[in-house]
Every structure is written in structure tokens, then in C-alpha cells.
Design a protein around this ligand. Structure first.
Ligand SMILES: Nc1nc2c(ncn2[C@@H]2O[C@H](COP(=O)(O)OP(=O)(O)OP(=O)(O)O)[C@@H](O)[C@H]2O)c(=O)[nH]1
Ligand SMILES: [Mg+2]
Length: 193
């Protein structure tokens, strides 16, 4: 649920990036960070130093600017994959406004994608969200790699609900901003301002 502060005229929304291990969740946030104009970077946590698997989670606040006299901010988080961090997963699930599912397009990652998607659905259910109603974007990442699944198959397996989806190459910042814009558009529609 978006948090509205009427005194400061700010609305804070929470977006979680899900997906299997190494799908490119952290790189999505890094790419958004590096594509943001330096004058807009105030308040962002510099993520350029983080490398390798994410031990806990990543966090990146981004500003959408003013909408009807309210300053709208998105708080982007990546969800840790390992069940070792179950408590953290439950904490991150609270107050969710939308999510991005980053799929790894490689054929060998298909089973992990499916398992990760059912984990997301399970978490949504456990936290009282209406599974088919939470705004989301599905991203088919690593489109530059060899031996990848056709997008139509990924769509059939991971996006039967017909949510907005995008192809991406996060290493080259291809599709990462489009994914963010897509999720922002859906969130803005749900804001009651
Ligand atoms: N070729 C290619 N490699 C990618 C792409 N996206 C991510 N990678 C690589 O995949 C690896 C994992 O990327 P991360 O962004 O750390 O993935 P993650 O989902 O945050 O991984 P965890 O934090 O371990 O769950 C890195 O070596 C990236 O360079 C892509 O689009 N193309
Ligand atoms: Mg990571």
C-alpha cells in the first residue's frame, strides 16, 4: 500500500524485484541508477560498489517527480532468493505496491524461473495479497545469451495473466528503464489522488 504523507506532499510506493538466482535483479537497479541524471540522484544509495550475489537485498529510491501536487517516490528492492533469509523476505513483502519478475531467458534456467514464480505467488498469498491483482511487469532478461527460450514460450509459462512484459539485456541497460516505466505507470493508476 502506498504511503501518503500529506504534510510533505509525498507518496512512497514499494516495488520488489523478484526472480531466480543470478537473473539480473541487482543489475536492473544498477542500470536504473546509472541511467539517472546526476541532479536527480540525491537520496539514492550508490549501488556501483556491489558485486556478485546479493547477500541480503538491494535498495534504490527513485523519484517520479510531481503528480497532481504530490512528489511520488518509488522504493525499489531486490528480494533475496535464499530461504535462509525467510524472515527478511517476510519483512520485504509488507506494504508491496507492485513487483517486477526478472526471468533468466536461458533454457537451462527455465525450471528456476518456474520455481521462483510459484514462490512469488505463494508469498503473495501468504501475505494476503490478491495474487492476480498486484500490479507487475515480467522481464525476460539475458536476451543476448546463447540458447535462450523464445519470448512466446516464456510469456506462456510466466505471464499467462497478460501483464506488461519486456525483453532486456541488463548488462547493457536494455529494457531496464522500460520495465521501470511500465511498473510506474501501473502504480500511478492505482493512486487515489
Ligand atoms: N550476458 C548477460 N549477463 C547478464 C545479464 N543480466 C545479468 N547478467 C549476469 O548475471 C550475473 C548475475 O547478475 P545479478 O544482477 O547479480 O543477478 P541477481 O538476480 O541480483 O543475483 P542474486 O543476487 O544472486 O540473486 C552477473 O554476472 C551479470 O553480469 C544480461 O542481460 N546478459
Ligand atoms: Mg543480486
Amino acid at each position: 500500500m502506498a504511503f501518503t504523507n500529506f504534510e510533505t506532499r509525498e507518496i512512497h510506493c514499494k516495488v520488489l524485484y523478484f526472480g531466480p538466482q543470478s537473473a539480473g535483479k541487482t543489475l536492473n537497479l544498477k542500470s536504473i541508477y546509472s541511467s539517472t541524471a546526476s541532479e536527480m540522484k540525491a537520496g539514492m544509495i550508490d549501488m556501483s560498489g556491489n558485486a556478485g550475489p546479493t547477500p541480503f537485498f538491494d535498495f534504490l529510491p527513485v523519484s517520479l517527480g510531481k503528480i497532481k501536487d504530490f512528489h511520488v517516490k518509488l522504493h525499489l528492492y531486490t528480494m533475496p532468493v535464499h530461504t535462509l533469509y525467510e524472515t527478511l523476505q517476510h519483512t520485504l513483502m509488507k506494504g508491496l505496491d507492485a513487483f517486477v519478475f526478472v526471468a533468466d531467458s536461458r533454457i537451462e534456467a527455465m525450471a528456476d524461473n518456474l520455481e521462483s514464480m510459484s514462490h512469488v505467488r505463494r508469498l503473495l498469498g501468504e501475505h494476503g495479497y490478491s495474487i492476480s491483482d498486484v500490479p507487475r511487469v515480467i522481464q525476460y532478461n539475458k536476451r543476448d545469451m546463447d540458447q535462450i527460450m523464445p519470448v512466446e514460450v516464456l510469456r506462456e509459462e510466466l505471464n499467462s495473466g497478460g501483464f506488461p512484459d519486456h525483453e532486456a539485456v541488463a548488462t547493457r541497460s536494455v529494457g531496464t528503464l522500460e520495465t521501470l516505466q511500465s511498473v510506474a505507470k501501473q502504480i500511478i493508476k492505482t493512486l487515489s489522488i
